[in-house]
Ligand binder design. Structure first.
Ligand SMILES: [Zn+2]
Length: 69
């Protein structure tokens, strides 16, 4: 018996990680948490290109168990 959530909730926004502008946090904003497709693309691009790449540190191949009887 508490007041139910209002239909008229204020639109929630978050800060776009890319450009710092307000980004709408709602299902209608498919780019969230980014403000736009562009910002999202930039971020993903930065990742994929080199920012997220670990230089030559590939894990050992699977067929190399270390303590398996
Ligand atoms: Zn942005």
């Amino acid at each position: 018996m508490a007041p139910e959530d209002k239909d008229d909730a204020p639109r929630r926004t978050v800060k776009c990680p890319q450009c710092g502008q307000a980004a709408i946090w709602a299902p209608e904003n498919r780019w969230r948490p980014f403000c736009s497709e562009r910002c999202r693309q930039i971020d993903l691009g930065a990742w994929a290109s080199d920012q997220y790449r670990v230089a030559g540190s590939e894990p050992a191949p699977d067929g190399d168990p270390e303590g398996q009887a």
